[in-house]
Design a protein around this ligand. Structure first.
Ligand SMILES: Nc1nc2c(ncn2[C@@H]2O[C@H](COP(=O)(O)OP(=O)(O)OP(=O)(O)O)[C@@H](O)[C@H]2O)c(=O)[nH]1
Ligand SMILES: [Mg+2]
Length: 222
C-alpha cells in the first residue's frame, strides 16, 4: 500500500491571487508585487480539523495562457480542486464557467471530486459585481462549495483549506461505507486512487491507498 498526501490543485486565470491565497495561509504575508507562477509549484501544507492535523500537497498552477494545458493536467491525479477567480475581473469568472470547468470535466468527473470555487480579492470595493444568480448556477450544476476570500486581509483563507480537507474526508467516509456494503474486496493497484485512508498517527496525516474492485472469481488469484 502506498502512503501519499492528498494532492489539491489550485487553478484559475492569471493574477487572480492563487499564490497569494496559499502564501497567506502559510503566513508568508501579502505581496503587492507578486511574481507570476511559472509551471507548477508544490507547497506542503497542514490543516487542523477537530484537534487533528492533516497534511496536504498543494499544486499552485500558473494562470498564464501558455501554461494552461500543464495546469489542467495537474487535476488528473489530485483529490481536490480549488478554482479561483477575482472579484474585480469578470473575465476570470467567465473563464471559470466557459473554459476551466469544461476542460477539467473532460479529464475527470468534477461532480465527484471535492471542489471549491473561490472569489478572491473581496477587500476591493466595486460598483459592479458578478451576479449571484450566475454564481449560483455554476455551483449548483457542479456541486461546488463557494467561498469569498481576501488573501490581502487573510479573510476566509483558513476556511478554504479546512473545507477542502473536510470534503475529501467526507468522500472517503462515503466510499468506505459503500465498500462495507459490497461483496467486493479491495486490492492495491498503483495510480488507481479511489480511497483515502486516514492513519491517525501522532500528527494525524492522511495516507492514500491505491485500489480497485475485484470480483469474487478474481479473489482466488490474489
Ligand atoms: N486587493 C487584493 N489583491 C490581491 C489579493 N490576492 C492577490 N492580490 C494581488 O493580485 C496580484 C496577483 O496575485 P498572485 O497570487 O500572484 O496571482 P496568481 O493567481 O498566482 O497569478 P499567476 O501565478 O500568474 O497565475 C498580486 O499583485 C497580488 O498582490 C487580494 O485578496 N486582494
Ligand atoms: Mg501564482
Amino acid at each position: 500500500m502506498k502512503n501519499k498526501k492528498p494532492i489539491i490543485s489550485i487553478i484559475g486565470d492569471y493574477f487572480v491571487g492563487k499564490t497569494a491565497i496559499i502564501e497567506s495561509y502559510l503566513g508568508y504575508g501579502f505581496k503587492i508585487n507578486s511574481i507570476t507562477t511559472i509551471g507548477i509549484d508544490i507547497y506542503p501544507l497542514k490543516v487542523k480539523i477537530k484537534k487533528k492535523i492533516y497534511e496536504l500537497s498543494i499544486k499552485d498552477t500558473a494562470g498564464q495562457e501558455q501554461y494552461h494545458s500543464l495546469s489542467l493536467n495537474s487535476v488528473r491525479n489530485c483529490q481536490g480542486i480549488i478554482l479561483v477567480y477575482s472579484r474585480n475581473d469578470f473575465n476570470s469568472f467567465h473563464n471559470i464557467i466557459t473554459n476551466w470547468i469544461n476542460s477539467i470535466n473532460d479529464l475527470i468527473n468534477l461532480k465527484k471530486t471535492p471542489c471549491i470555487l473561490v472569489e478572491n480579492k473581496n477587500d476591493l470595493e466595486l460598483d459592479e459585481q458578478i451576479k449571484e444568480e450566475e454564481i449560483n448556477n455554476i455551483i449548483n450544476e457542479y456541486n461546488l462549495t463557494f467561498i469569498r476570500s481576501s488573501a490581502k486581509e487573510n479573510k476566509n483563507i483558513k476556511e478554504i483549506f479546512e473545507k477542502i480537507t473536510q470534503l475529501i474526508l467526507e468522500k472517503k467516509q462515503k466510499e468506505e461505507e459503500k465498500r462495507k456494503n459490497t461483496k467486493y474486496k479491495m486490492v492495491d493497484k498503483e495510480n488507481d486512487i479511489i480511497e483515502v485512508v486516514e492513519e491517525y498517527n501522532n500528527i494525524g496525516s492522511f495516507s492514500i491507498a491505491s485500489s480497485k474492485h475485484i470480483n469474487e472469481n478474481e479473489k482466488n488469484s490474489c
